[in-house]
Design a binder for this molecule. Sequence first.
Ligand SMILES: N[C@@H](CCC(=O)N[C@@H](CS)C(=O)NCC(=O)O)C(=O)O
Length: 212
Amino acid sequence: MTPRLFTRFQNSARQRVRIVLHLKGIDYAYVPVLDAADPAYHALNPQGLMPALEIGGRVVAQSSAIVELLEDLWPVPSVLPADPFLRAEVRAFAQHITADLHPVNNNRVRRYLRDPLGVGEAEILGWYRHWVAVTFASLEAQLARHGRDSTYCFGDRPGLAEACLVPQMDNARRFGCDLGAYPRLLAVDAACRGLDAFRRAAPEAQPDYPGG
Ligand SMILES: N[C@@H](CCC(=O)N[C@@H](CS)C(=O)NCC(=O)O)C(=O)O
């Protein structure tokens, strides 16, 4: 059964699921959702956020839950290491981004800061960059503490950690964040960008990318 991914070209939660699909070599149908407020989409996913994945008529929302489902249904190749402590470390790295950073910086939060709270554009940008800096400093330290000089975050194969990191690096660049203090994150990001799975998951490779 071919999974159907309800998505749009940009935004990190969607991109991280596409990366995992490509890392696992899973064939999927790309269903662009032009308007997340569309009642037809809400009927599928009442939260109205993307992505959502449908397999055999069953719909799952939330990128982390989708990744877990893909891992259960297509365990090989895994996007997690075999060692339980290392798996936990990878999940902790990913959750810095998915559970702590993304929820405070995403579009709907910035929109609410703007209206009704009346926060100005410069302050909102400062807010965004602040939470990126706090998170990236901690992720950089986590990689330094891990200590091994591996190509990717926790070893010689990319997986969940990189699927969360690379889209976040894209966002940070779009928002003009200074990334100079994070050499390890930059090196992992550069290594991933050379890989087919990451290239195929990138916003500019999607069928709904403007001018694509
Ligand atoms: N925690 C959710 C966050 C999903 C989310 O915030 N999606 C945003 C884009 S990254 C969205 O669909 N916003 C509505 C829109 O763009 O119209 C997940 O990981 O899936």
